[in-house]
Structures are given as C-alpha cells and as structure tokens.
Design a protein around this ligand. Structure first.
Ligand SMILES: [Zn+2]
Length: 296
C-alpha cells in the first residue's frame, strides 16, 4: 500500500471522516462521559461508526483519540491509561481500515497553558504528546493529526513529539475564526500564514485547518495557507456551516448537498485531503466525494 504522502504526491484527492463525537452521542455517549474510553469499553460502536465512513468513501479513518492525552484523560481519572486507550483507538480503526484506508490518530489540545500563562512547560507537553503518538502508532496508526490547535507553542511540542518518537506522517491543523476587521486568526491570535510558516518549520508533513465556521470561510483559509506554504499538502476539515444555537445547544445545519456544492472550491483553493468536523456525517463525506471526483 502506498503511503499517504505518496498518494498525495501522485495527485490524488483523498477523503477523511467527518464528526465522531456526535455519532457516539447518538449511540448513547452521555454528557460527562469520556468518549475515548469507548474504544476500550464499547469498541463495536466505534468500529461501526468507522465502517459507516468507510462505506461513504473515506480513504482515511480518524481514530477516537482526540482527548487522549494524559491532560484530558486526567479529567476522568484515566491519566494512567493513556497507552491502553490510544492503542485501542488505533487498533479499532485499523480493524476497519485493513490495507484499504490510512489510519489517522487524532491529538487535540491539552486544555492546559504553558508558562507564563499557565503552569506547564514545553517538556511536559512534549512528553504527553510523545506518549500519545507512540501508543497510536503501536495500535496501528500510520499518520496523526494534531488538530483544533490554536497556539503555535503547544502545536510545535506536539509536532516535534510525533516526528521525533514515531514514524507517523504528521498533519498540523489549526482552527481559525473570521476577524472583525477582516482576515482570520485563532483564539490565540495566530493567522493562517503564521501557522503555516511555524508548523512547516516544526516539521509537519501536511498543513491543515479543521473546525471553525464552515466551508465558505475554509476556502479562504486554505487559500491563505497555500499562499504561504505550498511545499506540503493541505487538508481541509470544515464544520457543517456556521454554529447556530438552538434550545441552548450548538448545532450545524449545512446539508450534505450544500457542503457538496462548496467542496470543489476547497480543492480549487489547494486542499488535497477533504474531511469534515462538527456536524458532518457519512452523508456529508459521500456527497462531497461525489461532487469532487465528478469534477476533478
Ligand atoms: Zn469541529
């Protein structure tokens, strides 16, 4: 099987999964419950969601490991089970993937802050991300996405931890919001161009953006990333539109057809991996795939 980078270098457009958390909730995940523990306790449910995305045409299965760092797991008293939980996430994904799909481990933010904003050191962050990345590779992942990141320093620790301790292909993906006076920045004030420069320098193999405010803004964010760094592939994982609050809950309302109509613009802007974040479902991935492969 060709590696992810080889396939992208060959000019393929590849598809990744959409949202996982909302589909776990639909299967009974309760508020306050640790989603990552489901890979250990309810692997059949996780496997069946991965299978739905595979059936929708996804080339890359994303692991149930977003909150799998020791920092996040400590909220549930599970900080001593990092290795077990991340191995399980990758192994249940690999079961579905076989040799047909790539297995993408997910590493989200720690939720903690580096000195002087918080108490954490770069060494502690690097160690936590290394622990997670090693377990993901041991479980069967061949690539990892450091995602929903907003701070250069934390993401640099994660990229370096993965590059130095594993042979995983590393994707760095930030979440940007539109700014009042134009342009885009993360919650920590990082622009797409600054992100691209810093993560390329840190050694990321693929640059991307996920979550945020839907496919329209994502097109512009991809364009800004590519304008700065076009030496490595770009990945786009938009939400299903702008978040809307309904009855106290955040919902995402773009339909598969609406997203499919915009998906070609993501590719035209330079993205070569397309997936989905909040609010997206297997139907969204299937519709975007159909629209893009029909045109490109
Ligand atoms: Zn999201």
């Amino acid at each position: 099987m060709q590696t992810l980078l080889e396939r992208l270098q060959g000019g393929e457009i590849l598809f990744c999964d959409g949202a996982l958390g909302t589909l776990l909730q639909a299967r009974g995940l309760q508020v306050g419950e640790c989603p990552e523990l489901w890979s250990v306790d309810k692997p059949d449910d996780v496997q069946s969601i991965h299978q739905d995305y595979k059936d929708a045409g996804s080339d890359i299965v994303e692991c149930n490991s977003f909150g799998g760092s020791r920092y996040k797991l400590s909220h549930y008293g599970l900080q001593d089970r990092v290795s077990e939980i991340n191995r399980a996430a990758a192994s249940v994904a690999r079961k579905v993937a076989g040799n047909d799909q790539h297995v993408l481990g997910s590493m989200g933010p720690t939720g903690a802050f580096l000195e002087p904003l918080g108490d954490e050191t770069p060494e502690a962050f690097t160690q936590a991300f290394a622990e997670q990345a090693i377990a993901l590779q041991e479980g069967g992942a061949d690539c990892v996405i450091i995602e929903t990141m907003t701070a250069i320093e934390e993401a640099t620790c994660a990229v370096k931890a993965a590059k130095e301790n594993t042979t995983l292909t590393v994707v760095a993906s930030f979440t940007f919001d539109p700014q009042i006076h134009g342009g885009y920045a993360t919650m920590m004030g990082v622009t797409p161009s600054r992100f691209a420069e810093a993560m390329f320098e840190a050694g990321a193999d693929i640059l991307g953006s996920n979550c945020g405010t839907g496919p329209d803004h994502m097109v512009e964010i991809v364009r800004l990333i590519r304008e700065t760094i076009s030496e490595v592939p770009t990945m786009a994982m938009p939400n299903a539109g702008m978040p809307v609050i309904e009855n106290g809950e955040t919902v995402f309302k773009e339909t598969p057809d609406e997203m499919a109509n915009k998906a070609c613009k993501l590719v035209d802007a330079g993205a070569s991996i397309i997936g989905g974040c909040c609010g997206t479902t297997p139907a969204h991935i299937a519709a975007m795939r159909k629209a893009i492969l029909g045109k490109h």
